[in-house]
Write a new protein. Structure first.
Length: 354
């Protein structure tokens, strides 16, 4: 091309002008469009780890006013409590960027039935204080294998829904978090409470194909625990006295003459039906479960020993028909005390190993 332009200055000038024009247009287009966009996921931008000094530390505490109900059949309980957050003030930031914990937190495994008296104040020492009274219904799996000697831990768990742990980190206000001394829960003793913070990790991308499968995100979780215990063995005897009475009546039938068929066998059969009815009433107070509870064991032991007493009555009656009256009386007395002692021992083992 340059060889062709030699000796032709006008053509050379025109060529240079055209080349400069094309270059200018190309540069103008690049300047207008900017560089090629970089694929950047919004979550990755939000989750980019800031400098350690930028982690927001929030002191969280709870004061329980009342445990309104414990509904084991529905696997849930209702709690009335105050929750507060204390953190470094960020009033110098635009309102859209300010930390608002009362709008961000959620109760894990529960729903808020009522919010009362939201408040947010500047403490004057560079900290901001936010508090709200909550009435929440919280779901819980109640392990009833030891019922009616079961102990449980009720928890209130809070998470920040908008900020991961590297952005907002909870710290438990262990000094002020507690249960009101006036809290009473019928059928239970509230023995202890504690506040702590755990890290909870979600190993999922929530179906977002822009993120790798199994992507992990961690959140700071505040946990307040309340320990509940049954008050001694009183509830057990209150629940099972009718079963124990049925078994004793079944054993007393052994002291009746075997040839008196109606009372001798009628008491035992009636005792079995009474034990079955008691089992039905007890299980109606429990959530559906495939587990064998302590109450199930007591009922099965009771029915089993009543059946043994009926079986003994059959053998005693055979002795009478064989005119072995003394043998029948001896068998009745021995079996009465043996069954009574065996039943007591079986119950003791069942309760002790629960």
């Amino acid at each position: 091309m340059l060889t062709c332009l030699r000796g032709r200055p006008r053509l050379a000038v025109l060529f240079l002008i055209a080349l400069l024009g094309v270059t200018a247009v190309a540069v103008g287009r690049v300047s207008a469009e900017g560089p090629a966009p970089r694929s950047l996921d919004v979550r990755e931008a939000v989750n980019a780890a800031p400098a350690p000094g930028e982690v927001r530390k929030v002191s969280v505490g709870i004061y329980v006013n009342q445990v309104k109900s414990i509904e084991m059949i529905q696997n849930e309980y209702v709690v009335d409590f105050w929750v507060w957050f204390r953190f470094k003030s960020d009033k110098h930031k635009p309102e859209a960027e300010q930390y608002k914990p009362l709008d961000n937190f959620e109760i894990i495994g529960g729903i808020i039935e009522d919010r009362i008296a939201d408040q947010m104040d500047d403490l004057g020492n560079g900290d901001t204080y936010a508090a709200v009274r909550i009435i929440a219904r919280i779901k819980k799996y109640f392990d009833v294998t030891r019922f009616p000697l079961d102990d449980h831990v009720l928890t209130i768990e809070l998470e920040d829904t908008k900020n991961e742990e590297h952005l907002t980190r909870f710290e438990a206000d262990t000094v002020n978090s507690q249960v009101d001394p006036g809290v009473r829960t019928p059928g239970w003793n509230l023995t202890a409470s504690r506040a702590l913070v755990r890290r909870h990790t979600y190993s999922t991308n929530y179906g977002d194909s822009r993120l790798p499968p199994g992507k992990e995100t961690s959140y700071s979780r505040f946990v307040f625990e309340m320990e509940l215990q049954r008050p001694g063995l009183g509830y057990l005897f209150k629940l099972f006295w009718s079963i124990y009475l049925s078994v004793i009546i079944g054993f007393v039938a052994l002291l009746i003459k075997p040839t008196d068929l109606d009372p001798r066998f009628g008491l035992g059969v009636g005792a079995i039906f009474a034990a079955a009815a008691s089992s039905y009433v007890v299980n109606a107070a429990l959530p559906p479960t495939n587990l064998l509870t302590l109450s199930d064991k007591v009922n099965m032991i009771s029915v089993g020993f009543i059946f043994l007493s009926l079986l003994e009555s059959i053998f005693s009656l055979r002795f009478y028909y064989q005119e072995r009256v003394q043998a029948a009386k001896w068998l009745d007395r021995i079996c009465f005390w043996a069954l009574l002692a065996g039943y007591g021992l079986a119950n003791y083992i069942a309760v002790a190993t629960a």
